[in-house]
Write a protein that binds this ligand. Structure first.
Ligand code: ATP
Ligand code: MG
Length: 342
């Protein structure tokens, strides 16, 4: 059986998710989505999209960055434990059916609705577009609806910031289903973990490539330790004996997200609040925990980097399989809408 042949009676739910190819993956991706993808890849039929076309919507000035990161993100996937025999990894810009579906879906959403999307609003702010919003950027929620529905996905493992995208996808699905008078497309649900939005090292709301406040999944032990030591804590916790605050203290937020020893974390919190536990001690523990998570990922990545031909082959065969799946959906949608065909 070839790597991507799906048994005809495969009833596993379908996952579609992905990442913009704008830079190496970081701890935010790991807690928000990647950890779930690795855990679910055998119980689900999973597709991962290297979203280079979407990355271009705010990086048209730097297509070389978008192109080179296709390989980098693929390496991060495999290093983090994505199994190419269980998961199909594919390249968005090489799937024309996604672009064609996007063109159709844009007729089922209004400009006002796109402008009201809270994530789009935040991102427009963060990118200081002012009035000069690239049209592709404003419209990318419709492209995301095309991505999700083209694979007939029902589960989308994402960070909290993506919830409005899934909501908007489902609105488009309902409008099209109403138009064609049957359940042509399926609705999807966002699978958001308890830590749905990992804050940045600087304490800002979200660790994000475009904010430069990240620890990447290929960071060295020295880089990890350095980043943790520079992390923002409780500014009023000056002497070790002072009582400290745990809420809004990024070091503790990270311990919650990454330290599997819940009891030790609870004990640290109690001692910090009471006074008598220094920031350095907490930071040293966090650095150790993060080095233990990132270390094996970095090592696997270094091995894979030496065999880019193997990774390219995975992308080629994954994209070829994805082309069949997405083309079939596009054909169904255009037929259901009753477009002229020869
Ligand atoms: P960019 O700044 O280029 O938008 P990004 O760092 O926001 O990059 P994306 O490629 O937009 O990363 O996001 C990919 C996936 O990772 C999405 O599901 C998103 O919700 C999730 N994700 C990204 N950053 C975080 C974070 N800090 N916490 C939780 N999930 C995150
Ligand atoms: Mg983003």
């Amino acid at each position: 059986m070839s790597m991507h042949a799906t048994p005809p009676n495969d009833e596993r739910p379908v996952i579609l998710t992905g990442d913009r190819t704008t830079g190496p993956l970081h701890l935010g991706h790991y807690v928000g989505s990647l950890r779930n993808r690795v855990a679910l890849q055998h119980s689900h039929r999973q597709y991962l999209l290297l979203a280079d076309a979407q990355a271009l919507t705010d990086n048209a000035h730097d297509p070389a960055k978008v192109r080179s990161n296709v390989m980098e993100v693929a390496l991060d996937y495999l290093a983090a434990g994505i199994d190419p025999n269980a998961t199909t990894i594919c390249v968005q810009s090489a799937l024309p059916a996604l672009a064609e579906l996007t063109m159709l879906y844009l007729n089922f959403v209004t400009v006002a609705r796109l402008e009201r999307n809270p994530t789009i609003k935040d991102e427009i702010q963060a990118r200081s577009f002012g009035r000069d919003i690239p049209a592709g950027f404003l419209c990318y929620p419709a492209a995301q609806a095309a991505d999700i529905t083209a694979f007939r996905a029902t589960v989308v493992p994402v960070g909290e910031d993506q919830a409005p995208m899934i909501e908007q996808t489902n609105e488009i699905v309902r409008r099209i289903n109403r138009q064609v008078g049957r359940g042509l497309l399926v609705e999807a649900r966002a699978l958001i973990p308890a830590m749905g939005r990992l804050p940045g090292l600087d304490g800002r709301a979200k660790m994000s490539k475009s904010q430069g406040n990240t620890i990447s999944l290929s960071a060295t032990d020295a880089e990890i330790t350095d980043a943790v030591l520079r992390m923002y804590t409780d500014p009023d916790h000056i002497r070790t004996s002072d009582p400290g605050r745990v809420e809004g203290n990024v070091v503790f937020t990270y311990l919650d997200a990454f330290d599997s020893d819940r009891e030790a974390v609870a004990d640290f919190k109690a001692r910090y609040i009471r006074g008598g536990l220094g920031d350095m001690t907490v930071k040293r523990r966090l650095a150790t925990v993060l080095c233990e998570i990132i270390g094996p990922i970095r090592e696997r990545r270094m091995t894979l980097e030496r065999d880019r031909g193997y990774v390219l082959e995975i992308l080629r065969s994954g994209t070829s399989h994805a082309r069949d799946v997405t083309t079939a959906t596009h054909t169904e949608v255009r037929d259901a809408l009753g477009l002229f065909s020869f």
